[in-house]
Design a protein around this ligand. Structure first.
Ligand code: MEV
Length: 447
């Protein structure tokens, strides 16, 4: 039996080790080292070529972490029906998205529109020069910056994208001598992070030489100090809106205990609470991201970027609020979600990850804009399902029903026990204890 490794040992050169050796080091931290190795290796892909792709996505890869890949059918958006791939570990999300999609399918489906697709990046720099002089040659600087990045932008321009504009942001009232060169971009169907960052790093070099060499600043301290150059994940001008609407009367059957009108006004109140109360807003928006993230992950996109932008956007007025809103007007229930989202359908993982590629094909190989509309609509679908449950039956009933399988798996229930449990728990409260009791009883009876 190999000796147990001490946890506090510093490991040098770990990244250079072979995968198997890294795995051994990790396994030495476990009680059952052989079993730990076997477990990790059992999640390796059987096709070495595929596994190599996954290994190379990241550093120090020793195994793969599985998350369920599900689909929500009947997601009707702008008259087009989608089967949407969702990658998510939380048991109720796919069911909620599907049930909401079906509900709205019968009421005209989701509508969605792109409000804009502008992405941003910043060169942050310190400069002691004369701002007015700089502004007087800003057009010249813009041309210079475009010229300096011509090689990087050629391909993007051929696809109809590229650099849109530049702005000088004076932040000297906050931090002495601090300015930003704010650049805007259209990255077409790519998320554009690499493109933007490459441009920005080139801008920073060009900015230095422009200011350093320009005769206008002769005799002044003219060289800027570049602090950093990076895209902003906040994209308040790369925004999608998705909405649903129906006659309030069409909500009559949502819940036996209330009329459509009562449901609509309780639902509206729940959303209003998420506009006023930051604790509720956080959970409300989390429910939106249940759906959004699941689509974003399934299509190989960056869910951290989408989340970060979404939460900043939710706080854009200075107060963190619900991202969705409800309007009751002229007998109509209008429910909408507006969200910034930087997505790509080319580049990045979208074609490298075999399942991301497949997800995009499942969606009919959408453009980035179409994918934004799909992700936002699924976010709205999940938000609707959550708030509908909350203002009617409560969340636990549906949640725990789906969670029943997780509890049964925890108790290592057999297929037969699972079938019996699913039948038994129709109309019964699902809880950890109740499932334990049910299984104990069933197992004792069977002895
Ligand atoms: C659970 O993942 C998400 C909900 O809490 C969202 C909400 O409360 O609106 C159900």
């Amino acid at each position: 039996m190999p000796r147990r490794r001490k946890r506090d040992i510093i490991i040098k050169g770990f990244s250079k080790l072979l995968k198997e050796d890294k795995l051994k080091i990790v396994a030495e931290l476990m009680d059952k080292q052989v079993e730990a190795m076997d477990l990790m290796m059992s999640f390796w892909h059987s096709d070495n070529k595929v596994q190599k792709i996954f290994d190379e996505f990241s550093e120090n890869t020793i195994s793969n972490f599985y998350i369920p890949y599900g689909v929500a059918p009947n997601v009707l958006i702008n008259g087009k029906n989608y089967l949407v791939p969702l990658v998510i570990e939380e048991s109720s999300v796919v069911a909620a998205a599907s049930s909401s999609a079906k509900f709205w399918l019968e009421r005209g489906g989701f509508k969605a529109e792109i409000i804009d697709t502008v992405k941003l990046g910043q060169v942050h720099f310190l400069w002691k020069g004369d701002k007015q002089k700089l502004l007087s040659v800003f057009d010249e600087l813009k041309t210079f910056l475009r010229g300096a990045t011509a090689k990087i932008t050629a391909n993007m321009e051929a696809r109809g994208g590229g650099i849109l504009d530049f702005e000088l942001i004076d932040m000297t009232d906050k931090i002495p001598d601090y300015y930003q060169l704010l650049a805007s971009f259209n990255t077409k169907d790519s998320m554009g992070a690499n493109f933007i960052n490459s441009c920005l790093e080139e801008f920073s070099v060009a900015l230095k030489s422009f200011l350093g060499d320009h005769e206008l600043f002769e005799g002044e301290e003219k060289e800027p100090q570049i602090i950093m150059s990076i895209l902003s994940n906040y994209t308040p001008d790369c925004v999608v809106r998705s909405w649903v609407e129906c006659d309030i009367e069409e909500l009559d059957n949502v819940d036996d205990s209330m009329t459509g009108e009562e449901f609509a006004s309780k639902f509206q109140l729940a959303v209003r609470i998420a506009e006023e109360d930051v604790y509720r807003a956080t959970t409300h928006n989390k429910g939106i991201f249940n759906g959004v993230d699941a689509v974003v992950i399934a299509t190989g996109n960056d869910f951290r970027a989408v989340e970060a932008a979404g939460h900043t956007y939710a706080a854009r007025t200075g107060k963190y609020k619900s991202l969705s809103t409800v309007e009751l007007k002229d007998g109509k229930f209008i429910y909408s979600l507006t969200l910034p989202m930087a997505l790509g359908t080319v580049g990045g993982l979208t074609s490298l990850h075999p399942l991301a590629k497949q997800s995009l094909e499942m969606l009919g190989n959408p453009s980035a804009e179409e994918l934004m509309m799909i992700a936002a609509s699924v976010g709205l679908a999940n938000n609707f399902a959550a708030v509908r449950s909350l203002v009617t039956k409560g969340i636990q009933m549906g949640h725990m029903k789906i969670h029943l399988m997780n509890i049964l798996n925890h108790f290592e229930a057999t297929d037969e026990e699972k079938t019996k449990a699913v039948e038994y728990f129709i109309g019964q409260k699902v809880s950890f204890n109740n499932v334990r009791q049910f299984l104990n009883k069933t197992r004792n009876l069977e002895k």
